[in-house]
Design a binder for this molecule. Structure first.
Ligand code: HEM
Length: 457
């Protein structure tokens, strides 16, 4: 697909009609896919009555919004506001954002993350042992009982990420409790706000009370950790200590609320996405025996009966291609909205100040002119010798606000897979198609039940 047809006369965006609204409420993702198909990569305005976002899916347009004129497309507005009760204000209206960003970038940079190798490896090994016990795997009778992949991956991912980011400032039971509360906050209790962002917060919606209770529970868990870290001198390399020690360019530190928001914001960004990705991949493995065979073969060859560690990661090449393809198809960060600061024109289309721009990796990853045969699951598209538009693959966003945790993810997720798959061959119990449903991130609509069959050697 090309939009390079010379300058176009300035015009309003094509409007896609309100007939999508009933479907949007019944099956939001399917309606969204239809809207994406109808727009066909062109900028369109989606008429949802009181809410008329611009839909921008073409990589050239995305490059402009996410990179070339990024200051005009702010990470704030009605789609971010409801979440701010959990994570603090969006980056573009948060005075403490420069401090938070500096901490995230330092903490999550390659050298710093590789310093977590021993902690990460040990925590994942323990979490997988625990999962195996819960699944009754490896004992007499072989494959044990089916377990819910989402719940299990929540436990593994929370333990790994929070142990690595917060050290021993939080107990294992505290981590599990935080996991449950955050999952409730970011799923069922948030869905109506996600689907009707135009309803003011002063108007109650189903799920609000539960969401507020979750926010309170998160506060009750996180504030004591922040206060204790401050009292103890905050000299650790964990995120709480780093937030407390950090200073802006004028030498100012941040208060407890900003530390709490930074820590919780990082938890949401890092855990919710990773859990979703690691829940969907069982369905992809089940549906594609050839991919599964290659993945198992790589893990058997590279790890075998060793204890998986960071030293194995450079050789887990296909595992990483597989994870990229999972994230192309199940683009868990399915929408990353922006608010337009000043009137603008993109490729001849007038964009009005104050409106919302819906950027959807999920739709961009399905554009036929951008991705050959987008419906085919093929990890090889990410092989090193294949090229694509820089803004065609947006699983981790693009431009200066792209995901700060990408390096972390590609250490953690392959290590979790290597630890699990070097011991077990998970078998999917429900082999029907696993459809995603929309929450803050995409989640499996039905439980994905897996059984852990021990590897036969
Ligand atoms: C499957 C895994 C993940 C996916 C798909 C993902 C996706 C994304 C996306 C799309 C954004 C940009 C949002 C926007 O443009 O508005 C983002 C931002 C961010 N992510 Fe991730 N992420 C993942 C894992 C992680 C992990 C493991 C961490 C931390 C350990 C993390 C930390 C962050 C942070 C701090 C930001 C904000 C960056 C900034 O604005 O400077 N993410 N992520």
């Amino acid at each position: 697909m090309s939009i390079d047809a010379g300058p176009r006369p300035v015009h309003d965006a094509k409007t896609l009609s309100l007939r999508h609204l009933p479907r949007l409420l019944r099956d939001p993702l399917r309606a969204f896919e239809e809207v994406g198909r109808e727009a066909g990569g062109e900028i369109a305005r989606v008429n949802l009555g009181p809410f008329r976002p611009y839909l921008i899916t073409h990589p050239d347009h995305l490059q402009y919004v996410l990179r070339d004129n990024v200051a005009n497309y702010r990470r704030e507005g009605m789609m971010w506001k409801p979440l701010s009760r959990l994570t603090g204000e969006g980056s573009d209206v948060d005075p403490s954002w420069p401090v938070k960003r500096k901490v995230f970038q330092t903490l999550l940079s390659g050298p710093s993350v590789t310093g977590f190798a021993d902690e990460m490896t040990a925590t994942i090994a323990d979490a997988v042992d625990d999962l195996a016990r819960r699944a009754g795997a490896g004992g007499p009778g072989g494959a044990g009982r089916p377990v819910d992949a989402f719940a299990e991956m929540t436990r593994v991912v929370y333990r790994t990420i929070i142990r690595v980011l917060v050290g021993d400032r939080i107990s294992l039971s505290g981590i599990d409790e935080l996991g449950q509360v955050m999952v409730t906050a970011t799923t069922s209790s948030f869905r109506s706000r996600m689907l009707m962002p135009f309803v003011p917060l002063s108007v109650p919606l189903p799920g609000d009370r539960m969401f507020n209770r979750c926010v309170q529970a998160v506060d009750d868990l996180v504030y004591p950790i922040v206060r204790k870290a401050r009292r103890d001198g905050a000299d650790g390399r964990d995120v709480v200590s780093m937030m407390i020690r950090a200073r802006d360019d004028a030498g100012r530190g941040v208060d407890d609320k900003a530390v709490r928001d930074g820590v919780v914001g990082l938890f949401v960004a890092s855990t919710d996405t990773t859990v979703s990705a690691l829940s969907f991949l069982w369905a992809a493995l089940d549906a594609h025996p050839d991919v599964r065979a290659r993945l198992y073969d790589e893990i058997d060859t590279v790890v075998g009966t060793d204890k998986p560690g960071f030293e194995h990661l450079p050789k887990l090449v296909y595992t990483k291609l597989f994870l990229h393809e999972v994230l192309r198809v199940y683009s868990v960060a399915w929408i990353t909205p922006r608010t337009v600061a000043a009137d603008d024109v993109i490729d001849g289309v007038r964009i009005r100040a104050g409106s919302t721009v819906a950027i959807s990796p999920y739709l961009t990853h399905r554009l036929p002119g951008v991705w050959p045969e987008p419906e085919v699951f093929d990890p090889e598209r990410f092989a090193a010798d294949r090229t694509r538009h820089r803004f065609a693959y947006l699983a981790f966003g693009g431009g200066p606000n792209q995901c700060a945790g990408r390096v972390f993810f590609f250490l953690e997720a392959p290590l979790i897979l290597a630890t699990l798959l070097s011991r077990f061959r998970p078998v999917l119990e429900n082999t029907a198609e696993v459809r995603p449903r929309v929450d803050i991130t995409l989640k499996p609509r039905e439980p994905v039940m897996i059984r852990l069959r021990p590897v036969e050697r």
